[in-house]
Design a protein around this ligand. Structure first.
Ligand SMILES: Cc1cc2nc3c(=O)[nH]c(=O)nc-3n(C[C@H](O)[C@H](O)[C@H](O)COP(=O)(O)OP(=O)(O)OC[C@H]3O[C@@H](n4cnc5c(N)ncnc54)[C@H](O)[C@@H]3O)c2cc1C
Length: 250
Protein backbone atom coordinates (compact mmCIF):
# COMPACT_ATOMS: atom_id res chain seq x y z
CA UNK A 1 0.00 0.00 0.00
CA UNK A 2 1.09 3.55 -0.66
CA UNK A 3 -0.08 6.39 1.54
CA UNK A 4 -0.49 9.75 -0.17
CA UNK A 5 -1.19 12.92 1.80
CA UNK A 6 -2.81 15.71 -0.25
CA UNK A 7 -2.74 19.33 0.83
CA UNK A 8 -0.69 22.43 0.21
CA UNK A 9 -3.65 24.81 0.21
CA UNK A 10 -5.64 23.16 -2.57
CA UNK A 11 -8.37 21.67 -0.39
CA UNK A 12 -10.20 24.81 0.79
CA UNK A 13 -13.47 23.51 -0.67
CA UNK A 14 -13.23 19.98 0.73
CA UNK A 15 -16.44 19.25 2.67
CA UNK A 16 -16.17 16.09 4.76
CA UNK A 17 -19.30 14.04 5.46
CA UNK A 18 -20.21 12.32 8.72
CA UNK A 19 -19.75 8.89 7.09
CA UNK A 20 -16.69 6.91 8.13
CA UNK A 21 -16.56 5.13 4.74
CA UNK A 22 -16.54 8.41 2.83
CA UNK A 23 -14.78 8.19 -0.51
CA UNK A 24 -13.70 10.42 -3.35
CA UNK A 25 -14.21 9.88 -7.09
CA UNK A 26 -10.74 10.50 -8.47
CA UNK A 27 -9.79 10.87 -12.14
CA UNK A 28 -6.47 9.42 -13.30
CA UNK A 29 -5.00 10.86 -16.48
CA UNK A 30 -3.51 8.32 -18.95
CA UNK A 31 0.05 8.96 -20.12
CA UNK A 32 0.17 10.95 -23.34
CA UNK A 33 -3.14 12.79 -22.74
CA UNK A 34 -3.07 16.42 -23.91
CA UNK A 35 -4.66 17.77 -20.72
CA UNK A 36 -3.53 17.93 -17.11
CA UNK A 37 -4.98 18.77 -13.65
CA UNK A 38 -7.06 20.90 -13.38
CA UNK A 39 -9.07 19.86 -16.43
CA UNK A 40 -12.61 20.22 -17.70
CA UNK A 41 -14.10 16.76 -17.16
CA UNK A 42 -16.45 16.83 -20.16
CA UNK A 43 -13.69 17.99 -22.46
CA UNK A 44 -11.27 15.36 -21.09
CA UNK A 45 -13.89 12.64 -21.56
CA UNK A 46 -14.07 13.48 -25.26
CA UNK A 47 -10.35 12.72 -25.71
CA UNK A 48 -10.96 9.24 -27.11
CA UNK A 49 -10.78 5.90 -25.36
CA UNK A 50 -7.01 5.87 -24.89
CA UNK A 51 -6.83 9.27 -23.21
CA UNK A 52 -10.10 9.82 -21.33
CA UNK A 53 -9.64 10.10 -17.54
CA UNK A 54 -10.04 6.84 -15.62
CA UNK A 55 -12.43 7.23 -12.65
CA UNK A 56 -11.61 5.34 -9.45
CA UNK A 57 -13.03 5.51 -5.92
CA UNK A 58 -10.79 5.87 -2.88
CA UNK A 59 -11.65 6.13 0.78
CA UNK A 60 -10.80 9.14 2.90
CA UNK A 61 -8.47 7.51 5.43
CA UNK A 62 -8.12 10.78 7.30
CA UNK A 63 -9.11 14.42 6.91
CA UNK A 64 -7.38 16.97 9.08
CA UNK A 65 -9.38 20.21 9.03
CA UNK A 66 -6.71 22.32 10.78
CA UNK A 67 -4.03 21.59 8.21
CA UNK A 68 -6.48 20.76 5.38
CA UNK A 69 -4.65 17.53 4.69
CA UNK A 70 -6.34 14.54 3.11
CA UNK A 71 -4.84 11.06 3.51
CA UNK A 72 -5.57 8.27 1.03
CA UNK A 73 -4.15 4.73 1.23
CA UNK A 74 -3.78 3.12 -2.21
CA UNK A 75 -3.40 -0.61 -2.75
CA UNK A 76 -0.91 -1.06 -5.59
CA UNK A 77 -0.80 -4.08 -7.91
CA UNK A 78 2.56 -4.10 -9.69
CA UNK A 79 2.50 -2.59 -13.16
CA UNK A 80 -1.30 -2.75 -13.43
CA UNK A 81 -3.93 -0.12 -12.70
CA UNK A 82 -4.08 3.61 -13.39
CA UNK A 83 -4.55 4.44 -9.71
CA UNK A 84 -2.02 1.95 -8.35
CA UNK A 85 0.68 3.10 -10.76
CA UNK A 86 -0.12 6.77 -10.09
CA UNK A 87 0.29 6.20 -6.34
CA UNK A 88 3.55 4.28 -6.79
CA UNK A 89 5.03 7.14 -8.80
CA UNK A 90 3.48 10.01 -6.80
CA UNK A 91 5.95 12.77 -5.96
CA UNK A 92 5.72 16.14 -4.25
CA UNK A 93 3.93 18.57 -6.57
CA UNK A 94 1.76 15.94 -8.30
CA UNK A 95 -1.94 16.73 -8.45
CA UNK A 96 -5.07 14.60 -8.51
CA UNK A 97 -8.52 15.79 -9.57
CA UNK A 98 -11.51 14.40 -7.73
CA UNK A 99 -15.14 14.91 -6.77
CA UNK A 100 -16.68 14.22 -3.38
CA UNK A 101 -16.55 12.95 -0.77
CA UNK A 102 -19.68 10.80 -0.46
CA UNK A 103 -20.39 7.94 1.89
CA UNK A 104 -23.08 5.74 3.38
CA UNK A 105 -21.88 4.06 6.60
CA UNK A 106 -21.00 5.15 10.10
CA UNK A 107 -21.02 2.84 13.15
CA UNK A 108 -24.56 2.89 14.62
CA UNK A 109 -24.64 4.17 18.18
CA UNK A 110 -27.68 2.13 19.25
CA UNK A 111 -26.20 -1.34 18.60
CA UNK A 112 -24.39 -3.49 21.19
CA UNK A 113 -21.41 -4.28 18.96
CA UNK A 114 -20.07 -3.83 15.44
CA UNK A 115 -18.93 -6.36 12.83
CA UNK A 116 -16.53 -5.16 10.12
CA UNK A 117 -14.59 -7.14 7.52
CA UNK A 118 -12.65 -6.68 4.33
CA UNK A 119 -9.30 -6.67 2.58
CA UNK A 120 -6.59 -4.04 1.97
CA UNK A 121 -8.97 -1.90 -0.11
CA UNK A 122 -11.33 -1.76 2.86
CA UNK A 123 -8.65 -1.23 5.49
CA UNK A 124 -8.87 2.60 5.17
CA UNK A 125 -12.66 2.58 5.71
CA UNK A 126 -12.47 0.04 8.54
CA UNK A 127 -9.64 1.91 10.30
CA UNK A 128 -11.49 5.22 9.97
CA UNK A 129 -14.68 3.59 11.27
CA UNK A 130 -13.10 1.84 14.25
CA UNK A 131 -11.34 5.06 15.24
CA UNK A 132 -14.79 6.57 15.85
CA UNK A 133 -16.03 3.64 17.97
CA UNK A 134 -15.61 4.23 21.68
CA UNK A 135 -12.86 2.20 23.39
CA UNK A 136 -15.50 0.66 25.64
CA UNK A 137 -17.79 -0.51 22.80
CA UNK A 138 -17.12 -4.01 21.48
CA UNK A 139 -16.32 -4.48 17.82
CA UNK A 140 -15.09 -7.49 15.90
CA UNK A 141 -13.00 -6.92 12.80
CA UNK A 142 -11.69 -9.40 10.22
CA UNK A 143 -9.04 -8.23 7.78
CA UNK A 144 -7.32 -10.26 5.10
CA UNK A 145 -3.82 -9.28 3.90
CA UNK A 146 -0.95 -11.21 2.31
CA UNK A 147 1.02 -11.76 5.52
CA UNK A 148 1.99 -10.33 8.95
CA UNK A 149 4.29 -7.78 7.26
CA UNK A 150 1.21 -6.21 5.62
CA UNK A 151 -0.67 -5.69 8.86
CA UNK A 152 -1.39 -2.05 9.72
CA UNK A 153 -2.56 -1.75 13.32
CA UNK A 154 -5.12 0.92 14.16
CA UNK A 155 -6.79 0.25 17.51
CA UNK A 156 -5.43 -0.65 20.90
CA UNK A 157 -8.70 -1.01 22.80
CA UNK A 158 -9.09 -4.48 24.36
CA UNK A 159 -12.80 -4.22 23.43
CA UNK A 160 -11.83 -4.05 19.75
CA UNK A 161 -11.02 -7.56 18.55
CA UNK A 162 -8.99 -7.36 15.34
CA UNK A 163 -8.51 -10.71 13.58
CA UNK A 164 -5.82 -10.64 10.90
CA UNK A 165 -6.16 -13.37 8.28
CA UNK A 166 -3.11 -14.13 6.10
CA UNK A 167 -3.42 -15.32 2.51
CA UNK A 168 0.10 -16.78 2.80
CA UNK A 169 -1.10 -19.12 5.57
CA UNK A 170 -4.41 -20.08 3.94
CA UNK A 171 -5.29 -23.30 2.13
CA UNK A 172 -7.53 -21.25 -0.17
CA UNK A 173 -6.80 -17.49 0.02
CA UNK A 174 -10.09 -16.67 -1.73
CA UNK A 175 -12.21 -18.27 1.01
CA UNK A 176 -9.95 -17.59 4.01
CA UNK A 177 -11.81 -14.46 5.14
CA UNK A 178 -15.17 -16.24 4.96
CA UNK A 179 -13.80 -19.23 6.87
CA UNK A 180 -12.43 -17.00 9.63
CA UNK A 181 -15.83 -15.34 10.04
CA UNK A 182 -17.65 -18.69 9.90
CA UNK A 183 -15.49 -20.18 12.65
CA UNK A 184 -15.98 -17.23 14.97
CA UNK A 185 -18.73 -17.42 17.62
CA UNK A 186 -20.65 -14.12 17.55
CA UNK A 187 -21.39 -12.39 20.82
CA UNK A 188 -24.98 -11.75 21.90
CA UNK A 189 -26.84 -8.55 21.19
CA UNK A 190 -27.66 -6.30 18.25
CA UNK A 191 -24.85 -5.54 15.82
CA UNK A 192 -24.34 -3.58 12.64
CA UNK A 193 -22.36 -4.84 9.67
CA UNK A 194 -19.77 -3.32 7.33
CA UNK A 195 -18.32 -5.75 4.75
CA UNK A 196 -16.55 -4.61 1.57
CA UNK A 197 -13.66 -5.69 -0.63
CA UNK A 198 -13.24 -8.24 -3.44
CA UNK A 199 -16.58 -9.02 -5.09
CA UNK A 200 -16.49 -12.83 -4.86
CA UNK A 201 -15.35 -12.80 -1.23
CA UNK A 202 -17.93 -10.20 -0.24
CA UNK A 203 -20.68 -12.17 -1.96
CA UNK A 204 -19.87 -15.41 -0.09
CA UNK A 205 -19.68 -13.59 3.25
CA UNK A 206 -22.99 -11.83 2.55
CA UNK A 207 -24.64 -15.18 1.88
CA UNK A 208 -23.24 -16.68 5.09
CA UNK A 209 -24.34 -13.72 7.21
CA UNK A 210 -27.88 -13.81 5.84
CA UNK A 211 -28.43 -17.56 5.78
CA UNK A 212 -26.42 -18.72 8.80
CA UNK A 213 -26.34 -15.67 11.07
CA UNK A 214 -29.75 -14.20 10.26
CA UNK A 215 -28.66 -10.61 9.67
CA UNK A 216 -31.09 -8.10 8.24
CA UNK A 217 -29.56 -7.30 4.86
CA UNK A 218 -31.51 -4.04 4.54
CA UNK A 219 -29.61 -2.46 7.41
CA UNK A 220 -26.19 -3.95 6.59
CA UNK A 221 -23.49 -2.15 4.60
CA UNK A 222 -22.23 -4.90 2.29
CA UNK A 223 -20.94 -4.25 -1.23
CA UNK A 224 -18.03 -5.08 -3.50
CA UNK A 225 -15.22 -2.56 -4.05
CA UNK A 226 -13.37 -4.40 -6.84
CA UNK A 227 -13.32 -7.68 -8.77
CA UNK A 228 -10.39 -10.07 -9.12
CA UNK A 229 -8.90 -10.11 -12.69
CA UNK A 230 -11.09 -7.16 -13.74
CA UNK A 231 -10.05 -3.56 -14.17
CA UNK A 232 -12.46 -1.10 -12.64
CA UNK A 233 -13.95 -0.45 -16.10
CA UNK A 234 -14.48 -4.19 -16.70
CA UNK A 235 -15.96 -4.62 -13.23
CA UNK A 236 -18.36 -1.70 -13.60
CA UNK A 237 -19.58 -3.13 -16.91
CA UNK A 238 -20.78 -6.33 -15.19
CA UNK A 239 -21.53 -5.00 -11.71
CA UNK A 240 -25.25 -4.40 -12.23
CA UNK A 241 -25.82 -7.93 -13.47
CA UNK A 242 -23.60 -9.33 -10.70
CA UNK A 243 -25.65 -7.56 -8.04
CA UNK A 244 -28.91 -8.77 -9.61
CA UNK A 245 -27.65 -12.37 -9.66
CA UNK A 246 -26.49 -12.02 -6.07
CA UNK A 247 -30.12 -11.58 -5.03
CA UNK A 248 -30.69 -15.24 -6.03
CA UNK A 249 -28.04 -16.43 -3.54
CA UNK A 250 -30.55 -16.33 -0.73
C1 LIG B 1 -16.35 3.13 -2.32
C2 LIG B 1 -14.97 2.54 -2.64
C3 LIG B 1 -13.88 2.86 -1.85
C4 LIG B 1 -12.61 2.33 -2.14
N1 LIG B 1 -11.54 2.66 -1.35
C5 LIG B 1 -10.31 2.20 -1.65
C6 LIG B 1 -9.16 2.60 -0.89
O1 LIG B 1 -9.24 3.42 0.04
N2 LIG B 1 -7.95 2.08 -1.23
C7 LIG B 1 -7.81 1.19 -2.28
O2 LIG B 1 -6.69 0.77 -2.55
N3 LIG B 1 -8.87 0.79 -3.00
C8 LIG B 1 -10.10 1.29 -2.74
N4 LIG B 1 -11.18 0.92 -3.49
C9 LIG B 1 -10.96 -0.03 -4.58
C10 LIG B 1 -10.36 0.63 -5.84
O3 LIG B 1 -11.24 1.65 -6.32
C11 LIG B 1 -10.20 -0.47 -6.91
O4 LIG B 1 -9.34 -1.48 -6.41
C12 LIG B 1 -9.67 0.02 -8.24
O5 LIG B 1 -9.89 -1.01 -9.18
C13 LIG B 1 -8.18 0.35 -8.24
O6 LIG B 1 -7.87 0.93 -9.50
P1 LIG B 1 -6.49 0.69 -10.27
O7 LIG B 1 -6.51 1.66 -11.40
O8 LIG B 1 -5.34 0.70 -9.33
O9 LIG B 1 -6.62 -0.79 -10.84
P2 LIG B 1 -7.54 -1.29 -12.07
O10 LIG B 1 -7.08 -0.72 -13.35
O11 LIG B 1 -8.98 -1.10 -11.73
O12 LIG B 1 -7.23 -2.87 -12.05
C14 LIG B 1 -5.95 -3.39 -12.47
C15 LIG B 1 -5.81 -4.84 -11.92
O13 LIG B 1 -5.61 -4.78 -10.51
C16 LIG B 1 -6.56 -5.61 -9.84
N5 LIG B 1 -6.93 -4.97 -8.56
C17 LIG B 1 -7.69 -3.87 -8.37
N6 LIG B 1 -7.81 -3.60 -7.07
C18 LIG B 1 -7.10 -4.56 -6.40
C19 LIG B 1 -6.85 -4.84 -5.04
N7 LIG B 1 -7.35 -4.07 -4.05
N8 LIG B 1 -6.07 -5.90 -4.72
C20 LIG B 1 -5.56 -6.69 -5.70
N9 LIG B 1 -5.75 -6.49 -7.03
C21 LIG B 1 -6.52 -5.44 -7.37
C22 LIG B 1 -7.75 -5.68 -10.80
O14 LIG B 1 -8.54 -6.84 -10.57
C23 LIG B 1 -7.05 -5.70 -12.15
O15 LIG B 1 -6.64 -7.01 -12.47
C24 LIG B 1 -12.44 1.44 -3.23
C25 LIG B 1 -13.55 1.12 -4.04
C26 LIG B 1 -14.80 1.67 -3.75
C27 LIG B 1 -15.99 1.32 -4.62
Amino acid sequence: MVRVVFGDGDLDNFEPTSFTDQYINAYFVPEGADYSVPFDLEHARSSGDAYRPRPRRFTVRRWEPETEQLTIDFVTHGDQGYAGIWAQRAAIGDRLQFKGPNGSYAPAEEVDWHLLAGDESTLPAISASVETISDSKPCTVFLIVDGPENQIDFSSSPMHEIHWVYRSAAVDPETALLEAIKEHPFQDGEFDVFIHGEAGEVRDIRKHLILDRGINIDSASISPYWRRDHTDEAWRSIKKQWLAEQENDI
